[in-house]
Design a protein around this ligand. Sequence first.
Ligand code: HEM
Length: 493
Amino acid sequence: MIAINDKSILSVPGPRPLPIIGRAAHLFCFAKDSIGYTCQLFQTYGSVVSLVQGGATNVYSPLPHCPGTVFAYGPECVRQITSQHEIYHKYPLSGRLYSKRHDSKRTEPLKHFGAGLFGVNSFTHRQHRQLLMPAFHKHRIASYRDDIVTITQSVLEQLQLDKQTDIAQVMRLLSLRIATKTLFGNDVGSQGAKSAVLLQEVLALMSKLKVVLLPFDIPGLPYHRLFNSMAQLDDEMRSLIRCKHESGTDDKDVLSMLIQARDVETGMALSEEELLGHTSVIFAAGHETSANALVWTLFLLSQHPQVAADLLDELESVLQGEAPTVAQLQQLPMLERVIKESMRVLPPVPWNGRVTSQPTVLGNYTLPAGTEVFLSIYQTHHMPEIYPEPERFHPQRWEGFEPTMFEYNPFSAGSRACIGAGFAMMEIKIVLAMLLQRYRLQYLPQKRIDRTGIVVMASKYGMPMIIRKQDRQFTQGVGGVWGNVREMVQLPK
Ligand code: HEM
């Protein structure tokens, strides 16, 4: 039986506040390198830890009362947190910023942007998720295959051989174009694309620390720029939605589907505000995530020549230089294993953030209502009890190995698991299959590869690589990697 310590969050172990600067130093360390810092905490204090002993920290929660911040990992914590939706509530991407939504007319768009599925819980979440599901149905996803292939083809054609290129930028552009086309029905240069670019700007500003630290609506500050861009985006999106409404046709994009969606019981449609919220969250959740999964996988392949060679053998034998059809995607087991293993070692989304809606027990501790809980996908994926030699990139480990959804969860688990997982897997598979048959990406030795980001784990300085024609010279560019990526994955010297 679990021993319940019913005092408060004070009971969750963690480092002491420092003299004078108190909790600020810990908050700073977490914001600077969430994975590195929490790895140390987990090693010192166990699988349920507090950012600071005694709590009273607030990183994410928009609620006025936040007793503290807790980090947790391991299958049992994943099970408890992802299956108790009434207890573990989710808030929009930037919770603290979200709390300003009632401040003034200018901050009002915060009510919908960045909210969507992320901003609803309990019954409303179930209801909205059901409305959104048809847009992510297997058949619907398959219908995006041709668009993904066309856009990938056009991006690959523009790459210059034997030149140093930031692959992170290329993947960001590629996934931006795919998200724009599938979400709004438009590729670059259209009204939908303008909304997508604005949306990207808003999301980038929202994640800036300066926006939270300097919340003053004064020209020159990012906070002011954020609300200017949000107002513009609001106008653009509303006119896009009205155009689609008036045309009444199904443009085969997600937004059109959401406009037509009706609740089975009440027949209610989504309001304009809800549509704005859902499209912005789907866009936010679906574009940087896939781009980073691709970047990390390409990096890992550049350092594992045998895996790269075996994967190319499989791709060429099944596809013979062509882009995969939906049916062929099922015939590429090695590709599937490479992606799974890449998202295990370097998960693009390293954390699930939640806020407790009532007192609860996690591990051996009682958490008061309002406690922020960050569940570490990264740390769970690096448990030696589940994954022997966890830092080894070893796609073969997936042969006949089926961990539970609480042991392996790059897309999270339970009823809040990623709604776009099927779409993401198809997109990543198609892009890799097309790119690797045409090019070999060569790592540039001595370039630092450091992680950054809390919501999405990205490579801090991009991913500069040389683009070679696919010549199977996989040992070129192997080794010499610098940076803290070496803490997460074993790499050749
Ligand atoms: C490799 C790519 C992706 C990864 C690793 C990923 C990961 C995740 C994770 C871990 C969550 C749960 C977050 C949490 O509850 O704290 C999530 C939720 C979500 N994802 Fe993804 N995602 C990816 C791609 C996509 C794509 C392509 C879309 C849409 C086109 C998408 C849409 C969403 C949405 C709407 C949610 C919220 C679900 C809910 O709260 O019910 N994601 N994703």
